[in-house]
Each structure stands twice: as structure tokens, then as C-alpha cells.
Write a protein that binds this ligand. Sequence first.
Ligand code: T5A
Length: 209
Amino acid sequence: MIHTGKFIVIEGLEGAGKSTAVSIVKSCIEQAGHSLICTREPGGTAMAEAIRECVKKDWQNETVTTEAELLLMYAARAQLLHNVIHPALAAGDWVLGDRHDMSSQAYQGGGREIPQALIQPLRDITLKGFVPHFTFYLDVEPSVGLQRARGRGELDRIEQLDISFFERTRARYLSLAKQDDNCVVINTMQPIESVHQDIQFAIQQFLAV
Ligand code: T5A
């Protein structure tokens, strides 16, 4: 499929500040004159939103296996790519994603320690080589991010996991970001004004190319 729009993704642990970053990046892209749609993962279509509910829910006495969690993330992503992201990009619209494939690599690959050899076939089937044009990784120490997330209300099934899960997830995020020339790391533990300035600077640089 030929794409003329651009796909920008915001990534990070819970409480990293993705919601605010989305609104900053959105207004910069729109001010530059591009038509934009926003997506979130898992979610973004009727079926993918149902998967989101399913994956975030605490199933009490039933163990959610790491395999089921992984498969659900890619099922939701397949729905979103086919029904929303690819058609929008083909029509020349820009797409701003609150999470995408880097989340699965970090949470399921890093946090859950699922081997890359098992994740890669799902990436191949779902993405077929498709990658974002630009990614913001919002870096936060897990204890700080979870504290912020707690301030927002009750924690979901994944947010209730042990801190070591989030430490492994963050380590994988940082390693993936380092290998990706189209990814910028934003330190979100600095004063909030500086975080916003760094996000604005990075998107303006991307828009200027
Ligand atoms: N998941 C997802 C996987 O495991 N694999 C996958 O493949 C995918 C796609 C999704 C869950 O699913 C997992 C990851 C997640 O556990 P979600 O709701 O989309 O869940 O993601 P969350 O990370 O839970 O979303 P949050 O809303 O918690 O994170 P945000 O958007 O980063 O946080 P935000 O912006 O709402 O900020 C939280 C609070 O912190 C404050 C904000 O004002 C807000 O109150 N804050 C700051 N305070 C001080 N200084 C700053 N710099 C601040 N930035 C934000």
C-alpha cells in the first residue's frame, strides 16, 4: 500500500505523560496544515476496544497467560492497522498513535520476558515491515510513573504488576530507542515545562525535514 501521510507514535510507561505529549504533538502537526487522526493501542476500532477492555481487566481467579496477552495485543493491532491506520495514511492523513508495536516489544518482550523468536513471527504477520515514521519515547523511572498513575485512580491488571516488571520494560524501551534512528528519548523527570519544550522541539525538527 502506498502511504503519503506520516505515522507518529508516542511511547512510554504508565504515567510518563503520553496524554499531554499527544496534545502537544497534535497541535503542532495541525498547525503545520496536516489533517490528523489520533489512535490508541490496544484499541481504536470497535473490536480492538473490546480487546483493550479484555486485556486490562483483572480476571480474578483466572490467570491471564503471557501468550494470551501477547496474541491479544497483536490481534488489536492488526484490526487497527487494517481498518484505520493504513487507510488514513493512504488518503494522505497523518496518524498520531498513543502506543504501537514498541509497547509489545517492551512490555511483552522486556517485562514478560517473552523471547524475541516468539514475538517476531507475530510482528511479521501483523506489521509486514511497516514501521512508524517517528517515535517519541517518554522516559520515566517506574516508581515515579506509577506514582503519577496512582494519583489518577485505580490501577488496571498490568499496572498492578511488580516494580521489577516495569524496570525490565523500561530497560527494553531504552535499548529499542537507542537502536532506532527515528526515535527520540524525552526525559520526563525534568520540570514539566522542559518536557513540553523538548517535545515541541523534536516535532518541529521532524516537520521541518
Ligand atoms: N500494553 C499496551 C502492553 O502491554 N502491550 C502493548 O502492545 C500495548 C499497546 C495500556 C496498557 O497496556 C499495556 C501498557 C499499558 O499497561 P494505557 O491506558 O494505554 O494502557 O496506557 P497507560 O500507560 O496506562 O496510560 P497512562 O494514562 O497511565 O499514561 P500516560 O498517558 O503516559 O499518563 P498521563 O499523561 O495520563 O499522566 C498521568 C498523570 O501524570 C501527570 C499527569 O498530569 C497525569 O495526572 N504527569 C506529570 N506530572 C508531573 N510531571 C510530569 N512530567 C508529568 N507528566 C504527566
